[in-house]
Design a protein around this ligand. Structure first.
Ligand code: AMP
Length: 411
């Protein structure tokens, strides 16, 4: 299938061609026709599947026919609610890119930064507003945002929105929009609370499911290193020095962990950027920009801070700590191997994390390849239950860097 067959209009096809998208991704193929028909949809798709275009393209097309030309007096007709500031900024950039051959105007509002410039943009008149929940309600309370003309409401990363405690805000926002609107709910996972939200606000929704696990499994070369917790930093330094090529996003579970690793890498003369919840908005955007511009090759982040962030051409992901929620593993490794490119994920598993690994492999329905060429291995009896193949050996001690990686599956 190509984009023409999705019945997108010429200005959108031209913008898509300029982005060098050759064919629609599976989520685009499934969701775009439904949204163009005016249906409410609930879509389970993670970042990296092309989900933003899956709602942005049809939303733009639906607005195309009703353009008002002059900016002043424009009404907000599409509202996209996103849990994080970074994601909101990226979504608006996508709308700008895809809508560049139209007169449709979009803007983004988010908290943690001055309101005035955002108010000035709103006053110029916008068709499409991308917003984080708190700032949107703030601006609405001040009479600076009118949601009476919204025809399309998109809730992006709904699961994260609920995890971050935005349920009341989301319900409030939904009620502020007209009842006849079309609602599109996108979520990486569909836990029960997302189903409850969907039941309460969507009208006869059509479900679109894209299996993230199979997508991730197909595109990302996943490698596993068993290593004691106390040796993870050494192993990380060893891999950065000898194995890992290109840029890398390193995940840690806590902000403390991010800071600690950053310091060790700086001490070893690596250029590093970090992202965690306590940073100011400006610092976060600057850090992300330096990584995206390839001024630094190493980026360390917590899950919440990094969720939804789109980095083109990410070569590697390192799970320094294994996540305790298996879906998080899929989100993390899905950052690399995007849109047709291949990528590599490295995961460190300590004795304390073996339960997490078992859940991850169950979800992935795949055993991750264990790298035996590991100078900092776990003692064999500390590994999860391993059924060795005949003749395989646990290796100990520092191996020659030049020696080939030897991988083994465990069952
Ligand atoms: P998303 O899942 O929306 O975060 O998109 C992930 C990445 O895929 C972004 O960099 C998009 O620009 C890119 N992308 C979206 N749709 C396509 C497509 N049909 N072909 C190639 N790349 C795409």
């Amino acid at each position: 299938m190509n984009f023409k067959e999705l019945k997108l209009n010429k200005p959108l096809l031209r913008a898509v061609a300029e982005k060098h998208y050759n064919v629609p991704t599976p989520v685009q193929e499934k969701a775009i026709p439904l949204i163009l028909e005016g249906k409410d949809v609930i879509v389970s798709a993670q970042t990296g599947t092309g989900k933003t275009a899956a709602y942005a393209l049809p939303t733009l097309q639906l607005l195309f026919n009703n353009q008002e030309g002059a900016k002043k007096g424009k009404k907000i007709k599409a509202l996209i609610v996103s849990p994080t500031r970074e994601l909101a900024v990226q979504i608006q950039e996508s709308f700008k890119d895809y809508g560049k051959y139209s007169d449709l105007v979009s803007t983004v509002v988010y908290g943690g930064t001055a309101m005035e410039p955002q108010i000035a943009e709103l006053k110029k008149g916008v068709d499409i507003l991308v917003a984080t929940p708190g700032r949107l309600l703030d601006l609405h309370k001040q009479g600076l945002v009118n949601l009476d003309y919204v025809r399309t409401l998109v809730l992006d990363e709904a699961d994260l929105m609920l995890d971050m405690g935005f349920i009341d805000d989301v319900n409030k926002i939904e009620r502020l929009c007209p009842s006849g609107k079309q609602t599109l709910l996108f979520s990486a996972t569909i836990p029960y609370k997302v189903v409850q939200l969907a039941n309460s606000i969507l009208k006869d929704p059509t479900e679109v499911a894209i299996t993230p696990t199979s997508l991730a499994a197909a595109r990302v070369h996943q490698l596993l290193y068993y290593t004691p917790k106390s040796k993870k930093i050494e192993l990380c330094l060893h891999l950065l020095e000898n194995t890992i090529k290109g840029n890398i996003l390193i995940f840690r579970r806590t902000k403390f962990g991010v800071d600690k690793l950053e310091q060790r890498l700086l001490d070893n003369n690596y250029k590093v950027e970090t992202l965690h919840g306590d940073m100011s908005q400006i610092d976060r955007q600057e850090a992300l920009k330096r990584f995206k511009n390839k001024e630094v090759n190493i980026f360390i982040a917590t899950d919440v801070a990094a969720r939804g962030i789109d980095i083109d051409h990410l070569d590697n992901v390192l799970n320094f700590d294994l996540p305790n929620i298996p879906e998080t593993y899929v989100h993390r490794i899905g950052r690399t191997g995007r849109a047709g490119q291949s990528g590599t994920s490295y995961s460190f598993c300590s004795a304390e994390e073996k339960e997490y690994l078992i859940s991850i492999q169950k979800l992935m329905q795949k055993h991750i390849d264990v790298v035996e060429d590991n100078p900092f291995p776990l003692a064999p009896n500390a590994k999860p239950e391993v059924h060795k193949r005949k003749g395989s050996k646990h290796r100990k001690g520092r191996k020659s860097i030049a020696s080939k990686k030897k991988k083994k599956r465990w069952y």
